[in-house]
Design a protein. Structure first.
Length: 163
């Protein structure tokens, strides 16, 4: 009987710990959809400013993060001046791209909530970068369209459906 009580306490503690972990991740993790700058939580904007990714008078138009615990794991956003690609796992975490440096945009749109769309941006100097976007509510397409409009008419654009 005593062994059953001990096992029950251990299992109960494990369940409480697991539930607490899930609740914590849910509370601190970013939404898995593209959001407007006006919808960004203040703590995300504060992190972006602390990382010096935008100027004081710069406005975030659209934002997406694929981070599980926090946005530093991966965030991608368009401002009124630039495209920003950021991930702690990159050798150079912050990539800031002025719109006039973009030569081509290629988008592979996902049709499943299980996988993100992928966007490739090629610069005039030949450098190329890829980043994900969530497809929920057409956010991926809205993000790419905003980027295309900001980059100008001379930017080459191609799109495909991701497999």
């Amino acid at each position: 009987m005593r062994a059953l009580k001990i096992i029950g306490i251990v299992v109960g503690f494990a369940i409480v710990l697991l539930c607490s972990g899930v609740l914590y991740i849910g509370a601190v993790s970013p939404e898995k959809r593209v959001v407007s700058g006006a919808q960004l939580p203040t703590r995300f904007v504060d992190t972006i400013r602390q990382l010096e990714l935008i100027d004081d008078d710069e406005r975030i138009r659209l934002f997406y993060s694929d981070g599980l615990i926090g946005i530093k794991e991966g965030m991608y956003f368009v401002t009124d001046r630039q495209l920003v690609i950021y991930s702690e796992s990159y050798e150079q975490p912050a990539i800031r791209i002025a719109f006039d440096q973009i030569k081509a945009i290629d988008a592979a749109y996902s049709d499943s909530w299980l996988s993100d769309s992928s966007v490739w941006v090629t610069l005039k100097d030949g450098a190329a970068y890829v980043f994900p976007l969530g497809m929920e509510a057409g956010g991926d397409r809205r993000f790419v369209e905003t980027l295309r409009e900001s980059a100008g008419e001379d930017v080459t654009y191609t799109e495909s459906e991701a497999g």
